[in-house]
Design a protein around this ligand. Sequence first.
Ligand SMILES: Nc1ncnc2c1ncn2[C@@H]1O[C@H](COP(=O)(O)OP(=O)(O)OP(=O)(O)O)[C@@H](O)[C@H]1O
Length: 248
Amino acid sequence: MTTTAIRFDEVTLGYGRRPAVHHLDGEIAAGSLTAVVGPNGAGKSTLLKGIVGTLRPLEGQIRLGGAANAAIAYLPQAAEIDRSFPLSVYDLVAMGLWSRSGLFGSVSRKDRTRIEQALAAVGLIGFERRSISTLSGGQMQRALFARLLLQDSPVILLDEPFTAIDAKTTADLLDVVRRWHAEDRTVVAVLHDLDLVKRVFPQTLLIAREPVAWGETSGVLSAENLLKARRMVEAYDPHASACYRGAA
Ligand SMILES: Nc1ncnc2c1ncn2[C@@H]1O[C@H](COP(=O)(O)OP(=O)(O)OP(=O)(O)O)[C@@H](O)[C@H]1O
């Protein structure tokens, strides 16, 4: 039997009173691997913020089922991460243990082994003492994936994890995503590379301020749906404060 990791009940998300995503109704199954795609400004990042809980729905409810109620592991877009903070790669990765050990919890020998394993899994052995401000974009993304590995969460949300990342790094980090999927974790990733989505992600949610299509990737990413999504975002009035579907 399939269980639900994340359930949306007629959800509207937005900023102030201004809606950014409407009419989201459906569910993400536990253990599924879902891509969220759509044009710029479609509301993809907003959706992840709603799931994480940093943005409360203006209307409706987002409910987390079963294991998903534990802390969600969330990777924001690279632009939202402050890399000027004086932190070593080791300390950044070790922060993944905080949900378990607490901010001032001591790092046990077992934890140190887990940190080393996570660094090895993303190819960053030898980088432990480097300041994160000196890392390339791809190396930083590897370190952030190592931190996610240590969070050991049943639900992992990734916002454009492979944007501006080279092919080798993307391939290595996709191996980590596949590993999470094999471990029955629920993974939701915002992506722009539709070929990558077709290759790796069995489920897709196409949004354009509201769901356009949601289900098996091959059906969702039809030329017709993609054109519809583009037109919907282009036609959207960014100054509308009311639901445009209701107002029509
Ligand atoms: N903090 C904010 N305050 C006000 N409006 C916001 C805020 N963040 C996003 N928005 C608006 O919400 C809408 C959806 O933005 P969002 O970032 O979710 O889109 P996206 O699909 O992730 O876009 P992209 O592909 O360009 O990253 C946009 O119109 C955006 O301008």
